[in-house]
Design a protein around this ligand. Structure first.
Ligand SMILES: [Zn+2]
Length: 177
C-alpha cells in the first residue's frame, strides 16, 4: 500500500494496531486502519437431469478452459444471491439453489469459494454471458477433467458425482495450501 485511500497520505505503516493481534496498514495521518481479509467467491454447479453445465472462460486466467460459474460476491448481497447472479451473468441461466456443497479455502489467494448445487429450470435457456465463450452440458463420462480451470471446480464436481451416487448431498470442506 503506497497511499492512504481515505486521506491520500503516504504516511502509512505496517504495524499491529492497539488492541489488535495482526499487522495492518495504518495511516499515521488520519489514523485509518486498512483491513484486508479474504474474499468470498460464490458459485454453482448447475445440473440438468444427469448432466452438469460448464462454462468456457473467455478471459484470463485460464482462458479457454472450463469452469463452474462463480465469481466474487458484491457488497450488499447474500452468498445465495451472489451465486445466482454469477450463474446468470456467466451463462444466462436461471437455477433454483439446492444445497451448499463446497467450502474451499485458498489462503494464498485470500479466497474462500462457496458452491451450491443449482437445479436448472430447463436444458435450453443458457448461453454465453460475460467472461464466457461457450456453455455446454456434460454427462459424467464426458467431463473434460484435464481442461477444468480451477481446483475448486474439480473438487465440487467430484464430490457432487460421489454424493449423487450415494443419494445424499453434504457440505465438503477443502483447501489448496
Ligand atoms: Zn489516511
Amino acid at each position: 500500500m503506497k497511499y492512504c485511500s481515505n486521506c491520500g497520505s503516504k504516511r502509512l505503516e505496517f504495524k499491529v494496531p492497539k488492541g489488535d493481534v495482526h499487522k495492518r496498514w495504518v495511516c499515521n495521518q488520519c489514523k485509518m486502519i486498512h483491513y484486508s481479509n479474504p474474499n468470498i467467491i460464490a458459485g454453482c454447479i448447475p445440473i440438468w437431469e444427469d448432466k452438469i453445465m460448464l462454462a468456457k472462460r473467455s478471459i484470463g486466467p485460464k482462458k479457454g478452459m472450463w469452469n463452474l460459474p462463480a465469481g466474487f460476491m458484491e457488497n450488499g448481497e447474500t452468498v445465495s444471491q451472489g451465486a445466482l447472479r454469477e450463474v446468470r451473468e456467466e451463462t444466462l441461466c436461471e437455477v433454483d439453489l439446492g444445497p451448499l456443497i463446497t467450502i474451499f479455502s485458498i489462503p494464498r489467494a485470500r479466497q474462500v469459494h462457496m458452491h451450491f448445487v443449482g437445479e436448472m429450470k430447463d436444458d435450453k435457456s443458457f448461453g454465453n454471458g460475460i467472461e464466457t465463450s461457450d456453455v455446454q452440458l456434460f454427462l459424467e463420462e464426458d467431463i473434460p477433467w484435464d481442461d477444468i480451470a480451477f481446483e475448486t471446480s474439480k473438487f465440487t464436481i467430484r464430490n457432487y458425482l460421489e454424493d449423487r451416487k450415494k443419494g445424499e448431498f453434504k457440505v465438503h470442506i477443502g483447501d489448496l495450501t
